[in-house]
Design a protein around this ligand. Structure first.
Ligand code: BG6
Length: 488
């Protein structure tokens, strides 16, 4: 099947933080790919806004370098590159002062009839000041939308303050809180799997599911972001947003329609039904020097250049959803940096069969598992028991019914940001977090943060290149279950 390219209306995209890491690594490449696919109308303009004193040519040179670094050579057609770079403008703007705002307003006004998207690829401390100025300079009209990156705040109270400040300038239906996991192809597929197939829904409950594991393991370290990361840690950086969103998509009730508020209402019910996490139900860790991708790597503290930090680079949690559907079903969450490999997957483990008719010589009977692999090698595997082929009596074996998306569809898998930025232009909020969702997620996270800050014990060390501290293994093994590590 080929992908479909639906052109969007003319727009102007203003990227605050345009010289930063996110713009270079994700936003500019995403827009380039959409241009290459023929999805950007001629009158689509991208304005970079940042503190640095650059002119258009200086910004274009930086953007070209970023695209050369982050778009594979085979996908970088010179004519498309020239067309894309010609869309770029730059304004030096002081997010907390007055400089540059008049110029920015004049530039956006040239495109007055177009949708304008203000993408705040900055820290959350700047969301309020930028939104206040957007309003003051008349840039928050009916065709204007604001996009904010996570983290929205660093706890419930600061998230509410940030949301208030954004809300003073933009109504909720024009605020787009990005969680890029929601734009990933396989995350979207989770909804297709659950709601476009009759097979799973009757089994999707506590009567048939034993537990769920959600792993987002990274092999990278802090990649030059240790300054930010040290103020966040894995709980705020990954669990409060990406992992809870994945949990919601697994656990939510089928929405009546796949529209923004129906989907978000259902996710919100799950967030509000999360059981508070007990003291024995979490493990936090921090990596020490070790090996990754075949080479030696530094420990977190060395990367940070500090002798001391209680920031966790790993967290494992046992969560629960207190609803009729999920009563008593544990959701084990685990994420960390510098783990043994890069793999994100959701494992739904069904209950074991109630009685075996087979002789012990047939071997053990594993409970069925549905594994939804988000990355790498996106796909879905359903593990079932079969008879080992050939003579030799009845011997049982576990095999996957294997659906690898890359093998099945010869299509390029677009980056999440490609879909999400164009969804903003289209005005589709389905894959963005609503204010109440973000605040409900913090309400569950805050007590864990409080417990950690009241605790003298530092995060448990683990060697880079392993699956985290041994306490994380104990967390699940205490319940008679095991983590499904790496590729099964
Ligand atoms: C970001 C986190 O939101 O997600 C990073 O801030 C993390 O720390 C990244 O590395 C992971 O995203 P992906 O798409 O590479 O799984």
């Amino acid at each position: 099947m080929t992908s479909r390219v639906i052109p969007v209306s003319p727009f102007v995209l203003v990227v605050f933080g345009a010289t930063g890491d996110l713009a270079r690594r994700k936003l500019l490449p995403a827009m380039f790919h959409r241009d290459a696919a023929g999805q950007l109308p001629e009158a689509a303009t991208i304005i970079g806004a940042a503190r640095a004193h650059l002119d258009d040519a200086g910004f274009i040179a930086q953007a070209r370098a970023a695209l050369i670094e982050h778009v594979p050579a085979g996908e970088r057609d010179e004519a498309v590159l020239a067309r894309f770079l010609a869309r770029l403008r730059y304004v030096a703007v002081d997010a907390t002062g007055e400089a540059g705002w008049g110029e920015l307003a004049a530039l956006v006004a040239q495109a007055a009839e177009r949708v304008s998207v203000f993408y705040l690829a900055t820290g959350p401390a700047l969301f309020g000041p930028i939104c206040e100025r957007l309003a003051r300079f008349g840039l928050n009209g009916p065709l204007a939308r604001v996009v904010v990156e996570k983290p929205v705040g660093k706890d419930g109270a600061s998230a509410r303050a940030v949301n208030e400040a954004i809300g003073a300038a933009f109504p909720e239906e024009r605020v787009y809180r990005i969680d890029h996991y929601l734009g990933k192809e396989t995350v979207q597929n989770l909804m297709a799997l659950r709601f476009a197939n009759g097979l799973f829904e009757p089994l999707w409950n506590a009567a048939h599911i034993d537990h769920v594991q959600i792993t987002v393991a990274e092999s990278i370290g802090c990649e030059g972001r240790a300054g930010y990361y040290d103020t966040a840690g894995a709980l705020r950086d990954m669990v409060q947003n990406h992992m809870l969103q994945l949990l919601c998509l697994v656990a939510m009730e089928p929405p009546a329609r796949l529209d923004a508020d129906e989907v978000r209402d259902e996710k919100l019910k799950i967030l509000r039904a999360l059981k508070p996490v007990g003291a024995q139900e979490w493990v936090r860790g921090q990596y020490r020097a070790g090996a990754s991708a075949g080479g030696p790597v530094k420990g977190y503290l060395e990367e940070l250049g500090s002798e001391e930090s209680a920031t966790e680079t790993f967290v494992a949690l046992k969560a629960g959803v207190e609803t009729w559907r999920w009563a008593g079903v544990p959701f084990y969450l685990r994420t960390g940096k510098r783990l043994a490999e890069r793999v994100s997957e959701i494992v739904v483990s069904f209950r074991p069969i109630p009685h075996s008719a087979f002789a012990p010589s047939a071997g053990p009977i594993a409970a069925n598992r549905l594994v939804i692999r988000l990355q790498p090698d996106e796909g879905v595997k359903l593990f079932i028991m079969i008879k080992d082929p050939g003579p030799g009596g009845m011997r049982l074996r576990e095999v996957p019914l294997d659906m690898s998306f890359s093998a099945a569809f010869n299509a390029r898998n677009p980056d999440a940001y490609e879909r999400l930025v164009l969804d903003v232009v289209r005005g589709n909020q389905t894959l963005f977090m609503r204010r109440d969702e973000v605040e409900a997620a913090w309400a569950w996270i805050d007590p864990i943060l409080d417990a950690w800050s009241a605790q003298a014990e530092p995060p448990k060390p683990y060697t880079a290149g392993t699956w985290g501290p041994s306490a994380a293994i104990a967390l699940i093994e205490r319940d008679g279950r095991t983590w499904v590590d790496g590729a099964p």
